[in-house]
Design a protein around this ligand. Sequence first.
Ligand SMILES: NC(=O)c1ccc[n+]([C@@H]2O[C@H](COP(=O)([O-])OP(=O)(O)OC[C@H]3O[C@@H](n4cnc5c(N)ncnc54)[C@H](O)[C@@H]3O)[C@@H](O)[C@H]2O)c1
Length: 268
Amino acid sequence: MEFKDKVAIVTGAARGIGAATAWAFARRGAISVIVDINGEGAKKVAADIQAAGLDAIAYTVDVSNKQAVDEMVKDVFEKYGHIDILVNNAYISGGYAIVTETSQETWDKVIAVNLTGYFNCAKAVAKKMIPQKSGKIVNISSGAGINGSLSSGVQYPASKAGIIGLTKGLAGDLAPFGINVNCITPGLIRTWAPEEMAKQATGWTLEKVARYIEVEVPLKRVGEPEDIAETVVFLSSEAASYIVGEVINVDGGGMLDSVAKRESLLGF
Ligand SMILES: NC(=O)c1ccc[n+]([C@@H]2O[C@H](COP(=O)([O-])OP(=O)(O)OC[C@H]3O[C@@H](n4cnc5c(N)ncnc54)[C@H](O)[C@@H]3O)[C@@H](O)[C@H]2O)c1
């Protein structure tokens, strides 16, 4: 049990990739700290983990609220005496609109949650990890932060690209204290049923989701939340102790050139 009694804070863990990550740590003996703005969802994930005889605790926190983040981190530290892992994962997309129709409010809110929220959590946790001279921070970005995204406007890719820069800055700052900071850029992950996935962006249908996966993902399957969770666990483990400031695509090869893409685009 490599993570026995390690304290792992996972934001946005009331569902999806965050919940899968909280489970992955708890199964390995960690205390999973489930942080989410959706308090009921967070409590349910924590209760399910506890019902399996594993360790978890839930906090209702809006990560864009610095004071709420600081209070959560203070409380966790007072309870357990150490904080070993932070997984910054909570996000909102803001939906799709062409830039000329994107409101200032949408832009501000998405940057506040997706980027400032990660900064708030990393800053509060770093204050505890630096004196410990150990810690792991994994930031969940997105392939959209590298390639943009036709289905989520300008605010989401901008926030996700910012997370890559934040990772590099944090990694350089914190490595001298024995703290590893890295980043994951997921591709398309099945965080909900394909029917709902089809609804998430304008113009998408079930058939288009299937076709997208066929053409865009060389592995020809949608990613599962566990694909991301297991990469987070690896980056948080001693096996990854010499990895610092890296950005790892977990996307089934989605950024590669491929025969399917050529056939679809060029007919050969
Ligand atoms: N699902 C994908 O295909 C995909 C692809 C690339 C990247 N990602 C990234 O993976 C991460 C998780 O995605 P997911 O699909 O599991 O998302 P999800 O929507 O299933 O879960 C996100 C969670 O974040 C919480 N949240 C939202 N605002 C919050 C706030 N202000 N404070 C605290 N919690 C808040 C939500 O309540 C929710 O529980 C995100 O960072 C996302 O950008 C996902």
